[in-house]
Design a protein around this ligand. Sequence first.
Ligand SMILES: Cc1ncc(COP(=O)(O)OP(=O)(O)O)c(N)n1
Ligand SMILES: Cc1ncsc1CCOP(=O)(O)O
Ligand SMILES: [Mg+2]
Length: 208
Amino acid sequence: MNKKDLKLYFVYGSDQGDVERSLEVIRQALEAGITMFQLREKGEGALQGRALLDFARSVRALTLEYGVPFIVNDDAALAMEAGADGLHIGQDDIPPADLSAWFDEKIVGLSVGNAHELAASDLQEVDYIGTGPVFATQSKDDAGEAIGITGLEWMRNQVGPLPMVAIGGITHENYKACLDAGADGAAVISAIAGAEDVGQAVRRFLSL
Ligand SMILES: Cc1ncc(COP(=O)(O)OP(=O)(O)O)c(N)n1
Ligand SMILES: Cc1ncsc1CCOP(=O)(O)O
Ligand SMILES: [Mg+2]
């Protein structure tokens, strides 16, 4: 993968199952220039089964239209069925080494937030790491303690040139500090999805 793809990585789901609204949000974010997209279908109202696959395929079509890599969170089978460009997994998800051969040519991202998780991770198997939560977040109940900018800097020193994206509480105010700390970009949910004008929120990140 190209580490430039991590510059502004939008992470989003179907927003309480409202597929039409969600596709519109994703289109606006793509139009404004997000560099990577992750489908993260979690929480109340999450789509299941056929409805989830249809949604993922619609997202696949949209991301192809804009030439932006499409990553599925957690669900390897969904990533394959939707023809995604890759999969993001956490420490409690399927281990990267257990993924099927289909993923050999795909992008595999792993959450690595601290020294303990780093020690437990085989980084040979992954294309990038998602590091955080850098700051407090409302978007993940079990995100754990924020590592701050110093935690991000520490991780950069540990992993050398491996592509690394900052995640958790990233806003327009702290995005630049994450880049300065060595992140190749930021993965963002609420500062984009919760914005009144999604396109403007994306463009503002990209101007920083
Ligand atoms: C880019 C990126 N980084 C980290 C995560 C978090 O993954 P995980 O720890 O598995 O938690 P869930 O997102 O599955 O709740 C991510 N999704 N994306
Ligand atoms: C999925 C995830 N993993 C660590 S923090 C987080 C949530 C990030 O969301 P937000 O950008 O709204 O803080
Ligand atoms: Mg996960």
